[in-house]
Design a protein around this ligand. Sequence first.
Ligand SMILES: Cc1cc2nc3c(=O)[nH]c(=O)nc-3n(C[C@H](O)[C@H](O)[C@H](O)COP(=O)(O)OP(=O)(O)OC[C@H]3O[C@@H](n4cnc5c(N)ncnc54)[C@H](O)[C@@H]3O)c2cc1C
Length: 335
Amino acid sequence: MLGEQTLEVWTPQKVPLAQGWPQSCAYVTHLPAWQVTPTALYVAPSVLPTIERAGGVVAVSAEVDRILVEGDRAVGVRMSDGREFRAKLIVSDAGIRTTLDRLIGDGAPEAVRSVAARIRRLPAASGHLCLYVGATFPTAAPKLDAANQWIHPSVDFDRNLSGFNADLEAPFPFLYISFPSAKDPSFATRYPNRHTIELVTAVSYEHFSRWAGSDWKRRPDAYEAIKSRLAERLLCQLYRYVPTVAGMVTHWELSTPLSTQHFASAPHGEMYGLAHTPMRFESRDLGPRTPIRNLFLTGQDVGTCGVMGALSGALATASTILRRNMFGEVLKATD
Ligand SMILES: Cc1cc2nc3c(=O)[nH]c(=O)nc-3n(C[C@H](O)[C@H](O)[C@H](O)COP(=O)(O)OP(=O)(O)OC[C@H]3O[C@@H](n4cnc5c(N)ncnc54)[C@H](O)[C@@H]3O)c2cc1C
């Protein structure tokens, strides 16, 4: 736990760990990877009808190309397919850098450009590798321990990290092995012979940045070769620490920071938005408001990293827009 939180919160700035501790505790105590029910499955079906009942339109697999700004206010969005949606309020969950640099971009008012310049000085969180594994057993899958495994090659976390980032053949700086199927009580009924496993470790975006201009699934052979090598090494670690699945792996796929860049629009393939440095927490730019009227930010860059951090960002944004203390209201409602 210390290792991961050191990575997310303070490395590489090497700020005393104790300063990150409250944030780390907040993250770890809610970590969805510990959940026992697959609640993510229910988020969209629960929320979308409310949006539609209120007259909203839900567009999926739809990319916003531009936030439309007229004078000093945001008036809507233009999608990549050319459609335009106009609204009284625009809330962006795409991350502050993407919002200011890409979605407002060149014609931005001076106030936005100066915020964007300050935000560019804040480092991004680390990139990661994730090996997504599917195992199929000839008969009912054995029971796996649902607890996550954290494996560190030594207690010197910073050294482990810099060693791997200097040489991808060095030991992985840590391994986080998680067992989503073992945490889901309905999984065995739905997929009796299977298990799903994820192995995550940290890696610097710079190892992959030279292929950033290539297209997903059509990346050059050199990239695929690095991926294959890393995946093969991660599989060896899986068999070492979870021998039950050796010989049973029927599917695996490795994501790199380029995958995170592609799927989540993270500018540097970062796992958690802006790094949790003291500079970030001192920044007065990271709140729901932007210099453009009617344009608000939300998500992890407004709150803190992780699902719960993003949720706190959402509550902060809702409180600002509605001028009500939504944190208090949620606490009261869940009493
Ligand atoms: C592999 C992995 C494992 C993780 N595990 C955990 C965990 O166990 N626990 C935990 O708490 N956190 C975990 N996290 C972190 C967590 O997922 C994030 O902190 C959280 O999702 C941030 O929420 P968000 O709403 O701020 O941003 P996101 O969830 O990143 O949502 C932003 C959305 O905006 C979309 N977007 C960006 N640009 C555009 C555009 N131009 N047009 C339209 N849409 C756009 C993106 O596609 C994305 O869907 C994990 C992250 C990764 C990558």
